[in-house]
Structures are given as structure tokens and as C-alpha cells.
Design a protein around this ligand. Structure first.
Ligand SMILES: Cc1cc2nc3c(=O)[nH]c(=O)nc-3n(C[C@H](O)[C@H](O)[C@H](O)COP(=O)(O)OP(=O)(O)OC[C@H]3O[C@@H](n4cnc5c(N)ncnc54)[C@H](O)[C@@H]3O)c2cc1C
Ligand SMILES: NC(=O)c1ccc[n+]([C@@H]2O[C@H](COP(=O)([O-])OP(=O)(O)OC[C@H]3O[C@@H](n4cnc5c(N)ncnc54)[C@H](O)[C@@H]3O)[C@@H](O)[C@H]2O)c1
Length: 452
């Protein structure tokens, strides 16, 4: 056998959230693993997703807390400018530490990292990478996704979320197109850090699929914060030149000029050059690899996890899918697989939204009059003490005589940290009575959920 045909038990294509989790878990069960990753370790989440996004969100949160501190009596100067350069430096140091930690763990686990783009072969168990081919009886596809732009004239004048992370200074006027997770998060961070943001949403609401009352509150907060919000408004063209771009919308209105336009109009799977057709791997119309409940593709040796599939595009979903798959393939746990109905999620807007289970609309559609909704609408103590305007709305969606909790939706400061523990409880199938039987922790915002 030539060196390029070295045998592994598993070849992982992609070193992002899902690929790394799969490689580590398989190796922990004793598998000999190779991982192909031509880019930075950690993929989207670590380099151009969750992690740098959260750094920016924390900066925006601190800006809000500085205002609250003044309300408490701290004598801060009128203007407390942010050094964008310093923030970016801190952010990249943090990310470099993650890379270093991964490198150390990969080495310790004996995982061979091949810095090449991989593609499947029509021959089962073979992966091509550069001029080499590698063999393993099992292959994991974890190639993730990339931002999509709409097909409109002048689209090249606009960027995507990756370009947001490359900004060396905050734009003074920016347009963001798209009212999903990324559009909402970027709009909110940039406005809080001093940009004037216009957000163009083609639907009549933010964050389709989330509880509508909660997203209505977010829209209200955005308007209060000064975000110029346009609903039912599709960008049909961009005109101008870099640094002075106008957005033309469906009704032929011109908006701008903006120094930047960013598209946050969804993401597509990284399947170009992956050899799916040659390998006979079935995918859907969007190119996402079809997997069954066991992450198996249409070819017996190939499995897939994460954003390259149609499963929810969230890091913990990719990680859980990969770990459970490896526990099944190499750890002897024959029942191990991802269970999806209850996916907790946070939208890191200002204020944040945290959500699990059915929205009020979805619950009423499925369960009609058996649904009962309880609300706590209050001003958190920090806001009240500092004359802040932020309120929290916590919603409990219950069904049946025993009031089983089937949805929990929070908006307001602290929501992002509160949901995780309640997600554990939801998995256990709690009722409203269980919440009432739990002693509150006082004084907190979270206690509202057991008193609701
Ligand atoms: C701006 C933004 C913010 C986000 N915020 C959050 C958040 O707060 N919370 C959350 O849960 N999720 C968040 N997400 C989603 C999350 O980042 C993804 O769901 C997650 O990274 C998916 O992991 P993955 O392993 O499937 O793919 P990725 O992390 O994208 O990794 C795929 C890797 O495969 C590599 N690759 C691609 N093609 C090949 C090939 N042919 N050969 C070898 N390697 C290849 C790529 O270089 C990449 O490193 C965010 C996403 C974005 C864009
Ligand atoms: N906090 C988090 O967990 C987090 C944060 C960011 C991203 N993500 C993940 O990444 C995924 C991708 O994020 P996203 O915001 O790009 O996608 P998304 O699917 O959440 O939202 C895309 C938005 O763009 C709109 N859109 C699509 N085409 C358009 C067009 N031509 N013109 C105008 N609007 C258009 C859609 O209607 C939708 O509102 C998310 O679905 C989520 O799973 C998660």
C-alpha cells in the first residue's frame, strides 16, 4: 500500500462543529481517525459564526450596561467610545486560543489532520484530497454551509455575514437584508455599537417560526433603539459604488446611500466539488444531503451531520448528531441517535430571545382550545433601578387538563442564560404544577417562570 492509501477507520470531511465532535468521539472509542479541513479549525461557529458573533453581542451588551451604570449613579463621561481595534484584537486572541486547544486535543487523540479539501469517490470507502486518496470503511460528511445572496442586479455591492466579521471599523450607515437569525443579530449589534441600521425584511414580521408575540416585542425594541425597520419589503437591486450603495426595493423606492449593505438571506450547504453525484449520494433540491434518523446517507459507508444536511443549522445540533452517531458506530450504543423535537435556541439580539417547543400559533393549530397560555410581562430590577426601558415577556404554552408545558418563549435581558435549565425540565415533560411546586429564587427574573 502506498503512503497515500493509509488506512483509517473513519475519514471526517470538514473540521467544524460536527466534524470535530465526530472525530473526537470516534477516537475516544478507539477508532483511527483522519480529518480533512482546508481552512481554520472550528469551521463556521468558531471563525465566522457563534463565537465572534457572541463577542460582538457582549460588546453591545456592555454598551447598554454602561448606560444602566449612569442610571445607578456612576459618574461616567458622556461619551465612552469603543476601540473597535481592541475589540477585534480580543476577539481574535480568544479564537486563536480555541484553535490552539483544538490542535492540542487532536494531537492527543491521535487524529490525523489533513489540510486539504476532500471529495467522495464512486468507489466506496475512498476519499480524494489534493493529489492523494485515502481509504476508510466509514466516511463522515460535515462540510457545513455558506451564506447565500439573492440573484439581483448589483448584488456584488453587498456583503454577507463573513464580511461583517472582517469590518475594521463600524459602518456609519448600514443596510441589512433578511429578517432571520443573522439579519436580526447583526442589526441589533451594529445599532447598539453606534451604526445607523436599516433592516429590510421581505415578510411582515421578524424571525418566521418563532412565537409571534415575542417577535412583535423585538420589533418594538428595534424601533425604540432607532433601527429603521422595513417589513414586506424586498431588495430588488443595489446601485452605486462601494462605500455609497443604494438599495432599491420592490415599490421602486431608493434607500440610502449606505456605506455597507449586508445580505443575511439564508445559507446553503457546502457540496460543490464534493462528488455527491459521482458517489450516488441523494440530496434535496437545495443540495442538502439527505440523512435518515441515524445520520445515514443513501450510501452505506457515508454518514452526514450538521449544516450540510437539512437538520436545524445550530452548533449543538451538529455536535449532538456527530457524537451520538459515533457512540453508535464505535461505542456499541445501538440506540444512540439525535432526537430533535425539543431544540432550545437563542437569538442573540438586544434584547435576546430564547425559545423551546411550540409557539402559541403552532400549539393552537395542533391542539385548538386545549391550549392555555400564561404570561409574565415585567421590568427587570436592573432596568427599574436605572430607569431603563427594557421589559421581559416570558410565555408558557401549555396543553390539556394537566397543563403540560409544550412551549416556552422568553424575550428580555437574561433570557439567553435562563432557558438552558428549563430545557432540561421540558425534556422531562413537566406541567405548570411542577413549576409552581418549585421554590423560586428571589429576586431574579427567572423566578417569574415558576410563579407564572
Ligand atoms: C453568523 C452566524 C452566527 C451563528 N451563531 C450561532 C449561534 O449563536 N449558535 C448556534 O448554535 N449556531 C450558530 N450558527 C450556526 C452554526 O455556526 C452552524 O450550525 C455550525 O457551525 C454547523 O457546523 P458544521 O460542522 O455543520 O459546519 P461548519 O462549522 O461550517 O464546518 C464545516 C467545515 O467543513 C469545511 N469544509 C467544507 N468543504 C470541505 C471539503 N470539501 N473538504 C474538507 N473540508 C471542507 C469548512 O472549511 C468548515 O471548516 C451561526 C452561524 C452563522 C453564520
Ligand atoms: N443564534 C443562533 O443560534 C444562530 C445565529 C445565526 C445563525 N444561525 C443559524 O444559521 C442559519 C442561517 O441564518 P440566516 O439568518 O442566514 O437564515 P434564516 O433562514 O434564519 O433567515 C433568512 C432570512 O432571509 C430571508 N430571505 C431569503 N431570501 C431573501 C431574499 N431574496 N430577499 C430578502 N430576504 C430573503 C428569509 O425570508 C429569512 O427571513 C439560521 O437558520 C440558524 O439556524 C443560528
Amino acid at each position: 500500500m502506498s503512503p497515500s492509501e493509509q488506512d483509517f477507520d473513519l475519514i471526517v470531511i470538514g473540521g467544524g462543529s460536527g466534524g470535530l465532535a465526530g472525530a473526537f468521539r470516534a477516537a475516544s472509542h478507539g477508532a483511527k481517525v483522519a480529518m480533512l479541513e482546508p481552512g481554520a479549525l472550528g469551521g463556521t461557529c468558531v471563525n465566522v459564526g457563534c463565537v465572534p458573533k457572541k463577542a460582538m453581542w457582549l460588546a453591545a451588551d456592555l454598551a447598554e450596561h454602561l448606560a444602566a451604570a449612569r442610571g445607578f449613579g456612576f459618574e461616567l463621561p458622556e461619551s465612552t467610545p469603543l476601540s473597535w481595534e481592541q475589540l477585534l484584537l480580543r476577539r481574535s486572541c480568544y479564537i486563536e486560543n480555541i484553535h490552539a486547544a483544538y490542535r492540542k486535543r487532536l494531537e492527543a487523540a491521535g487524529i490525523v489532520v489533513i489540510p486539504e479539501r476532500g471529495s467522495l469517490s464512486s468507489e466506496p470507502g475512498v476519499v480524494h484530497a489534493g493529489t492523494s486518496s485515502w481509504r476508510a470503511p466509514r466516511i463522515l460528511l460535515a462540510t457545513g454551509g455558506h451564506p447565500l445572496k439573492p440573484d439581483i442586479p448589483g448584488v456584488e455591492l453587498g456583503g454577507v455575514s463573513d464580511d461583517f466579521f472582517a469590518l475594521t471599523a463600524p459602518p456609519s450607515r448600514i443596510a441589512i437584508v433578511g429578517g432571520g437569525y443573522i439579519g436580526v443579530e447583526l442589526a441589533s449589534v451594529l445599532q447598539a455599537l453606534g451604526s445607523r441600521v436599516s433592516l429590510f425584511v421581505r415578510q411582515s414580521r421578524l424571525l418566521a417560526g418563532f412565537d409571534q408575540e415575542i417577535t412583535g416585542k423585538l420589533a418594538e425594541s428595534f424601533r425604540q433603539a432607532g433601527i429603521d425597520l422595513h417589513f414586506d419589503c424586498e431588495a430588488t437591486a443595489l446601485e452605486g459604488k462601494p462605500g455609497a450603495v443604494e438599495a432599491i426595493t420592490g415599490d421602486n423606492t431608493r434607500h440610502g446611500p449606505f456605506d455597507r449593505v449586508l445580505f443575511a438571506t439564508g445559507r446553503g450547504p457546502n457540496v460543490d466539488g464534493l462528488g455527491l453525484e459521482e458517489a450516488g449520494i441523494v440530496h434535496n433540491k437545495r443540495g442538502q444531503v439527505e440523512v435518515d434518523a441515524w445520520q445515514a446517507t443513501s450510501r452505506a459507508d457515508v454518514f452526514a451531520v450538521g449544516d450540510v444536511t437539512a437538520q436545524p443549522a445550530l452548533t449543538p445540533v451538529a455536535i449532538a448528531a456527530a457524537r451520538r452517531l459515533m457512540d453508535r458506530l464505535y461505542g456499541g450504543d445501538t440506540d444512540s441517535r439525535l432526537e430533535l423535537p425539543l431544540v432550545p435556541t437563542v437569538v442573540f439580539a438586544h434584547p435576546p430571545i430564547a425559545s423551546i417547543g411550540l409557539s402559541e400559533e403552532a400549539a393552537r393549530e395542533g391542539h385548538g382550545d386545549a391550549v392555555k397560555v400564561y404570561r409574565a410581562d415585567f421590568r427587570p430590577m436592573l432596568q427599574a433601578l436605572s430607569d431603563g426601558h427594557r421589559r421581559c415577556l416570558f410565555k408558557l404554552v401549555c396543553v390539556g387538563d394537566d397543563e403540560r408545558v409544550i412551549g416556552l418563549h422568553l424575550i428580555g435581558p437574561g433570557s439567553d442564560e435562563i432557558l438552558q435549565g428549563f430545557a432540561v425540565a421540558m425534556r422531562k415533560g413537566i406541567t405548570r404544577r411542577d413549576l409552581h411546586d418549585t421554590l423560586a429564587i428571589h429576586p431574579t427574573s427567572a423566578e417569574e417562570l415558576v410563579l407564572i
